[in-house]
Design a protein around this ligand. Structure first.
Ligand SMILES: [Zn+2]
Length: 274
């Protein structure tokens, strides 16, 4: 099954909002998955996590998490590196408590280093993070995301390599790939190549539990500028949905459009009609 996730609490959630209220609202709208956006910080309240878990389970809503943006696993600054690893670990540990299956992480900035060196630094930091898997996040996947700027770590090949090595799977964001490649990756052929590469690294079976993002996107020669509503972008999103359907891709597709639930439902409805 492929589930379409809203990226955070729906905009139409009654005040004062919050994740639990957001889950109730999502259910009413007919949405069956949510990515919890801990992009500024990770909450530490364990009772709250239990409440989210119970609510999601009762409603039949699948959860993923987005980890904080303030992470750079390639920094030469030891204090910053330790803080980065801590933020990723906190997100993974809290995801375990709230029952989320996968945590998406923006792993690193390149800081002008050659790609092999960045990959090596990310690999080493990942080793430290994964040492805590058994104790802190046995059921949660660490998903490095494909990133939209050339200054960031996150080509599809690199996130696949480091994921495979540690038994994880990445968060594939075709909108970011589209922006990073200056308008490429916007056709059935290219998305098929993308899934072929994914399957080459992780096996065909891995296409049955993907963690993906999708949205419209504004970009320049330097890559991503910001996300856009689907219908105000150049994204051939209907063609993308056709590829997903044809290849029977399963897992979670998080709609990261600024319109949140509106575009999530647009994609979900279109997918069902195909
Ligand atoms: Zn992201």
């Amino acid at each position: 099954m492929l589930r379409f996730a809203v990226a955070g609490t729906p905009l139409s959630t009654p005040k004062p909002g919050g994740t639990v209220e957001g889950l109730l609202r999502a259910k009413k709208l007919g949405i069956r998955a949510m990515e919890i956006e801990w992009v500024q910080n990770v909450p530490k309240n364990e009772e709250r996590m239990a409440e989210i878990r119970e609510t999601a389970e009762t409603l039949g809503i699948t959860l993923t998490v987005h980890a904080p943006y303030f992470v750079n696993l390639n920094t030469p600054d030891r204090a910053k590196l330790a803080a980065s690893k801590r933020r990723v670990l906190d997100a993974l540990a809290m995801a375990e408590l709230c029952g989320a299956s996968s945590v998406c992480v923006h792993a690193a900035f390149n800081l002008g280093l050659p790609p092999e060196k960045v990959l090596e630094n990310v690999r080493r930091a990942t080793e430290d993070i994964m040492r805590n898997k058994h104790a802190l996040f046995p059921h949660v996947n660490l998903a490095y995301e494909t990133m939209g700027k050339q200054t960031q770590f996150g080509t599809l090949e690199d996130v696949l390599k480091v994921s495979k090595e540690f038994g994880n799977y990445p968060c594939v964001d075709p909108a970011h790939m589209h922006a990073r490649e200056n308008g490429k990756v916007n056709s059935a052929e290219e998305w098929n190549d993308m899934f072929d590469l994914y399957a080459t690294h992780l096996g065909t079976g891995a296409l049955r539990h993907v963690h993906m993002h999708f949205s419209g996107i504004a970009y320049t020669a330097k890559g991503e500028r910001h996300h856009l509503p689907l219908q105000r972008s150049d994204a051939k999103w209907r063609d993308f949905l056709k590829v997903l359907k044809k290849r029977k891709i399963e897992g979670i597709l998080v709609c990261e459009s600024p319109l949140l639930e509106k575009d999530t439902l647009l994609m979900q409805d279109m997918y069902r009609k195909l």
